[in-house]
Design a protein around this ligand. Structure first.
Ligand code: SAH
Length: 348
């Protein structure tokens, strides 16, 4: 396996069969070699800097019914909320004072926020915080809408592809959501000029090793600026309530592989990883991740943005999350930096 890993670190690509054998590899020494290669790759480009993104979960209304997600439309138990533009701006102000220079506006697909409202909100954030980047993560929209957000000043867009296999996609989503449209959206985002992020859940129901290899091949081809991955975690009020979570080991392995495929990619160590293991986010960094996303949402709504069970940090103030994260990164010899943290070739 060492040969395959060396080859990946050098060529940044493997065949499907080689990805499959690497994903299946459970040999401790080989995996430690993979980890070291990924950590070195990341350090060569980013040193020991870790970029922070302030996550603002501004609505949990959603018109979609994704089978895995706790805020799916048919979950009648979810207590729904929306933040006003003023509340979103307050989160940014708080975040700015804490050293955040990227704000990620994430939410369900909520028609209440028309394109006009999104545009107005992005404009206002960019005018009050001109040295900050704005990332949107609000799902599938027509190309014209994406273009309007971009022209209003949004810098980046996160839209996980969820799975590169059309067949697997149909097992995770209702019929009215199509894998073709999701992929089309990603293509449009990149064409418009967004720093674009795709990604997937690790260990989602019905996922095979072959599916994971297909996800890696997609990432390899699409060349996103950001990749978000985290373990699937069941939510008690969804059809997947009795399914198993994705594992720490598999998520770490995939983080390292993705770092080697795309050396410069912005790769978060996610909250879901911190949820399945108390040191999950630290381990993610040691396996090649270089971004953390502490929560800036008001504590009053935190518990309501429950995509999966037992989500961490739902009781903490933004400042607590910020300093907790700093301590966690310092404990492993890394430092959080006050910076927009753009993709290396696109730094402003
Ligand atoms: N509505 C937006 C934002 C989705 S929430 C969009 O469509 O892009 C962000 C991500 O959370 C999703 O893309 C999904 O990969 C992840 N997620 C949802 N439910 C999850 C669960 N049960 N376990 C782990 N991750 C989950």
């Amino acid at each position: 396996m060492t040969e395959t890993i060396t080859k990946l670190a050098k060529n940044h690509t493997l065949s499907k069969q080689e990805y499959i054998s690497l994903i299946n590899c459970n040999d401790k020494e080989s995996l430690e070699y993979l980890r070291q290669k990924a950590e070195k790759q990341r350090q060569d480009i980013f040193g020991r800097d870790i970029y922070m993104r302030g996550l603002i979960e501004f609505t949990n209304y959603c018109k979609n019914d994704c089978l895995y997600c706790g805020i799916r439309r048919s979950n009648k138990k979810a207590q729904r909320y929306r933040l006003t533009k003023e509340e979103i701006l307050d989160c940014c102000k708080n975040g700015y004072d804490l050293g955040f220079r990227t704000f990620v506006l994430q939410g369900g697909e909520d028609a209440y926020y028309t394109d006009d409202i999104i545009v107005e909100t992005v404009r206002e954030i960019k005018s009050q915080f001109p040295d900050c980047a704005v990332t949107l993560s609000i799902g599938e929209k027509p190309k014209e809408s994406y273009k309007r957000y971009f022209d209003a000043g949004a810098d980046r867009y996160l839209l996980r592809h969820e799975t590169a296999s059309a067949e697997h996609y149909s097992l995770l989503h209702p019929k009215d959501l199509s894998p073709e449209n999701r992929m089309e959206c990603l293509k449009n985002l990149k064409e418009i000029g967004f720093q674009t992020g795709c990604g997937f859940m690790v260990g989602s129901p019905y996922q095979t090793v072959e599916n994971l290899a297909e996800d890696l091949i997609f990432i390899d081809k699409f060349k996103p600026h950001m990749v978000g991955i985290g373990p699937f975690i069941p939510h008690k009020d969804t059809p997947f309530r009795n399914e198993k979570s994705g594992t720490l080991e598999m998520t770490l392995k995939l983080l390292a592989i993705i770092r080697l495929i795309l050396p410069k990619v912005m790769l978060p160590s996610t909250t879901a990883l911190g949820t399945i293991n108390p040191k999950g986010r630290e381990m993610g960094i040691l396996w090649g991740a270089n971004v953390v996303m502490p929560n800036l949402s008001p504590t009053t709504v935190r518990k309501k943005y429950m995509l999966y069970d037992n989500k961490i940090c739902t009781g903490d103030e933004a400042a607590e999350c910020r300093f907790c994260m700093q301590k966690r990164m310092e404990s492993i010899g890394y430092k959080v930096v006050v910076s927009r943290g753009d993709y290396p070739d696109l730094q402003k």
